[in-house]
Design a protein around this ligand. Structure first.
Ligand SMILES: NC(=O)c1ccc[n+]([C@@H]2O[C@H](COP(=O)([O-])OP(=O)(O)OC[C@H]3O[C@@H](n4cnc5c(N)ncnc54)[C@H](OP(=O)(O)O)[C@@H]3O)[C@@H](O)[C@H]2O)c1
Length: 247
């Protein structure tokens, strides 16, 4: 990690991204992609050891601030926002951290309501909470925020009602924020199936080695962040097919 001072920050025009859930899966793949492009990173995850390993790896390429914590905790969200303010700019917020809820996935008729409340706190309330804290900074840079969605937000898969309802509510938050914000691009991004710990959690004991890695969708996600597409909900497969058609 490169030590910096406030004076450095005043003259630092490198773009800054806050990525939640960056110690594994899609968040880690995205953080690696942004670090390779020289972005300054503010990263979180609950597990301190894994997060600090990521910070040590990416700190060889860029400035990284790793802040362990749970996005569902308002104090932790304040810490993340304070880190962005201390840096002096924020170009991108990626609400990626998410929970699947209990596994095996229970049917809604038997879904423990305390578990449902937890899923809503992590997947829906926390992204809105971070948006509320950080939209002014994103507006100052004419930046972008991305809420990571899922096909479970729009399809009625048995067992996926808790997670899907939370992602569906997140999609609506994305859509309304997009209508309300004229100076920040607001995106939903459905990455499709990915070979990650969350996916394995959804399919315990099953071989998921045929699913693509999260690295596959990172070019589409970074393209959204640095491009000028209008606010809205995008599927990784559509964006990748579109860019393949132009290559
Ligand atoms: N994998 C798929 O097939 C798939 C499909 C559609 C959509 N998605 C979405 O894609 C995004 C990334 O999923 P993934 O599969 O990459 O997940 P993952 O491999 O399980 O990684 C999740 C990351 O988020 C962190 N995290 C989890 N809960 C957190 C919390 N409460 N506060 C802070 N950090 C937290 C985890 O670290 P800690 O556990 O240490 O906190 C980890 O770094 C999610 O929004 C997910 O809903 C995934």
């Amino acid at each position: 990690m490169t030590p910096t001072t406030d004076t450095d920050h005043q003259h630092d025009s490198r773009p800054v991204a806050l990525v939640t859930g960056a110690s594994a899966g899609l968040g880690l793949a995205l953080a690696r992609g942004l670090a390779a492009r020289g972005w300054v990173l503010i990263l979180d995850a609950r597990g301190e050891v894994a997060l600090h390993q990521v910070a040590a790896e990416l700190g060889q390429h860029t400035e990284v601030r790793a802040i362990p914590g749970d996005v569902a905790a308002s104090e932790h969200r304040e810490q993340l926002a304070a880190a962005a303010r201390a840096h002096g700019r924020l170009d991108v917020l990626v609400n990626n951290a998410s929970t699947l809820g209990p596994a095996p996935l229970p049917p809604l008729a038997a879904y423990p309501l305390d578990e449902f409340e937890r899923v809503l706190q992590v997947n829906t309330v926390a992204p809105l909470g971070l948006a509320q804290l950080l939209l002014p900074m994103l507006s100052a840079t004419r930046g972008a925020m991305v809420n990571i969605s899922s096909d479970a937000a729009v399809e009625a898969y048995p067992g996926w009602g808790g997670y899907g309802a939370a992602k569906s509510a997140l999609d609506q938050i994305t859509a309304v924020l997009a209508a309300e914000q004229s100076t920040v691009r607001v995106y939903g991004f459905d990455p499709g199936d990915m070979r990650t710990a969350m996916h394995q959690w959804a399919y315990p004991g099953e071989d998921i080695s045929d699913r693509p890695t999260p690295e596959r969708v990172v070019p589409a996600l970074i393209g959204l962040l640095v491009g000028s597409r209008p606010s809205g909900r995008y599927r990784a497969d559509d964006l990748l097919a579109h860019s393949a058609g132009h290559s």
